[in-house]
Ligand binder design. Structure first.
Ligand code: PBG
Length: 327
């Protein structure tokens, strides 16, 4: 018997594998999420995210020089807000004295070509640790009153120089509300990368430790998506596109590759994916134990995101990937 069809021919050596490869990842695809501390000269390691730190602006600026020289395209900046600035309505988020807004303006002036993405939600600024305003009597997360805060926060961030506004709160109508406010204030070119399919996931634990932003009571299941659903992601996506989102995000990443692929097949809007803190922690912990090879699993996970349809990847592995992907 002659076997004419042999798929292995296309895997024969590195050259042919490279020629037929369907996806590739470069440093152009990455956004690095960073945790910003107020003040100066401070750096605090995040215990559940080995290798990641909360840092003050001066130290971040030094690192940014190194990373941008290696090709870093963007950061997503998260503020570590001191307890004294938190309140039930997250008003510090749009206070012009906010250390985070000032830091953003300074980063933008020093690194004009670096894209700065923000996260729009109340949780880092809220005494309740929820993404929206909590009704003090019923505990309900109030949708429409929250939109006002989200819009003010977004405009303040755009004024400070943010290139990409990232609503992560999952309130209904937030993209429209933010888009209208940005247009009214003249920010026609500010992008919105909406956390479209953001699931009520247990993989965010280390991040909430990093920002000390865990909900004080209840969980986020009345606004973040149900982990059992996928058609809901399409519905959210269609809404976000119609409300004026430029890029749609799926989050977490690895457990939700099916959702990423679904949106990729159904929509034309560029997609991003967030490899969240718990995914990083898992891979990192296994690597520390010598059970997995860190570089190989990190690169493999990033390639999987590209294969499933992401144009943009937010990953805590970014500083290492800048080296690994250039080798
Ligand atoms: C805030 C926000 C969260 C993350 C990004 N933005 C936490 C949450 O929704 O509770 C998680 C990111 C990560 O785990 O790395 N709304």
């Amino acid at each position: 018997m002659h076997q004419y069809i042999r798929p292995r021919r296309l895997r024969k050596d590195g050259a042919i594998r490279d020629l037929v490869a369907e996806s590739s990842v470069t440093t152009d695809d990455l956004i690095y999420p960073v945790f910003l501390l107020p003040g100066s000269n401070s750096q605090e390691p995040i215990s559940s995210m080995p290798g990641q730190n909360r840092v003050s602006l001066d130290l971040l600026l030094k690192s940014l020089k190194t990373w941008t020289e290696k090709g870093l395209k963007g950061i997503c900046l998260f503020p570590v807000v001191p307890e004294k600035h938190k309140d039930s309505h997250g008003t510090y988020s749009y206070n012009p004295d906010n250390f985070y807004l000032k830091a953003m303006a300074e980063i933008k002036s020093k690194f004009p070509n670096l894209l700065i993405m923000t996260d729009v939600a109340l949780d880092p600024y809220s005494t309740d640790g929820h993404d929206g305003i909590v009704d003090s009597k019923t505990g309900e997360i109030l949708n429409d009153p929250t939109l006002e805060v989200l819009s003010k926060m977004s405009v303040a961030q755009a004024k400070a120089g943010a290139d990409i506004i990232g609503p992560s709160d999952m309130m209904d109508g937030r993209v429209l509300s933010i888009r209208e406010s940005l247009e009214e204030e003249g920010f026609h070119n500010t992008l919105i990368m909406s956390y479209t399919a953001k699931y009520a996931s247990a993989f965010y634990g280390p991040f909430r430790e990093a920002l000390d932003s865990a909900p004080k009571s209840g969980d986020k299941k009345t606004y973040q998506m149900d982990i059992r659903n996928s058609s809901e992601a399409l519905r959210e996506a269609e809404l976000d596109v119609s409300e004026g989102a430029d890029i749609l995000m799926v989050k977490p990443g690895m457990p939700y590759l099916d959702i990423l692929k679904l949106l990729h097949l159904e929509l034309e809007t560029p997609l991003s994916v967030y490899q969240v803190s718990g995914e990083y922690a898992m891979l990192k912990a296994a690597a520390e134990k010598g059970w997995l090879v860190e570089k190989d699993v990190a690169v493999e996970s990033i390639v999987a995101f590209k294969r499933a349809g992401a144009s943009i990847i937010l990953s805590y592995f970014t500083p290492s990937l800048l080296d690994w992907l250039s080798e």
